[in-house]
Design a protein. Structure first.
Length: 265
């Protein structure tokens, strides 16, 4: 367990890190051996936990299939989020008025879709609640990149249902502000400072569940300092070496996810 810490300087990834994202191909190549090994040593299915894996920005459940297969081979019931492609809510046309009362957004003079991600958080929260009603066991949320932010917010709103959160290279601070995806949002004239303030406001109600935050200082998509949790009391930070777009295929990351699930990280 670690307590809140002092934030280092926040910034988007350095240019050298962005160029290094091509290393993801190495992670994809490396994943096949541990995946095959887990297939050969399949474990009995555990009934005491259910895992939902949330994909990153612009990705869908296909992107998390290798990780989910690895978890399944190790005895965990794991499924995708089931909400299609994660486009940060840009495809949902949500307004501030569409948000649940779990949000208290600051009024805006000009609204340009900034409620997209909060609205997507609400949808994931509803999805997790529905799956819990079906399976009746605690749910662990594993999120890659933006998926990790969504997982955190669902856990914040469902403290009696979600038992643990694991994030992989997730923009915990600032939303898109300290990521290379910032251009996607600024091109839509979204106010990144407003988004950052709304994210920080949520931390007034801390996440109670254990959190494992996996990050890479060579992440070429999310600034590594913004992928750490400086607010929660029960958080374990794990640094790995790897490209952002390869984190979900990285065998080292898989081992850390497994260790977190087993309480040995």
């Amino acid at each position: 367990m670690s307590v809140a810490q002092t934030k280092p300087t926040l910034s988007p990834p350095k240019r050298w890190a962005v160029l290094g994202e091509s290393r993801a191909a190495i992670d994809v190549a490396r994943m096949w051996l541990p995946l095959a090994a887990s297939e050969c040593a399949k474990q009995d299915v555990r009934q005491d936990r259910f895992i939902i894996v949330v994909p990153g920005f612009a990705a869908g459940d296909a992107s998390t299939k290798p990780l989910r297969r690895y978890l399944q081979n190790n005895g965990y019931r794991a499924e995708g989020w089931g909400l299609g492609r994660n486009l940060a809510g840009a495809d949902l046309n949500a307004s501030l008025e569409d948000l649940t009362d779990r949000w208290d957004p600051e009024p805006q003079v000009e609204y340009n879709g900034e409620a997209g991600v909060p609205y997507l958080c609400d949808r994931l929260t509803e999805r997790v609640q529905a799956r819990y009603d079906d399976v009746q066991v605690p749910i662990t949320l594993v999120g890659w990149s933006l998926g990790g932010y969504l997982a955190r917010e669902a856990a914040r709103d469902l403290p009696d249902i979600v038992d643990q959160v694991i994030t992989m290279g997730s923009p915990i601070i600032g939303g898109p502000k300290y990521t290379t995806a910032a251009k996607f949002f600024t091109a839509r004239n979204q106010d990144l400072d407003w988004i950052e303030r709304e994210i920080e406001k949520r931390e007034v109600r801390p996440i109670q569940q254990p959190i494992t935050a996996i990050y890479s200082k060579s992440d070429g998509v999310v600034g590594w300092a913004a992928a750490q949790d400086y607010f929660s009391k029960d958080v374990q930070h794990i640094e790995v070496s790897g490209a952002h777009i390869g984190l979900g295929f990285n065998p080292t990351v898989w081992r850390h996810v497994m260790a977190a699930l087993q309480g040995t990280s």
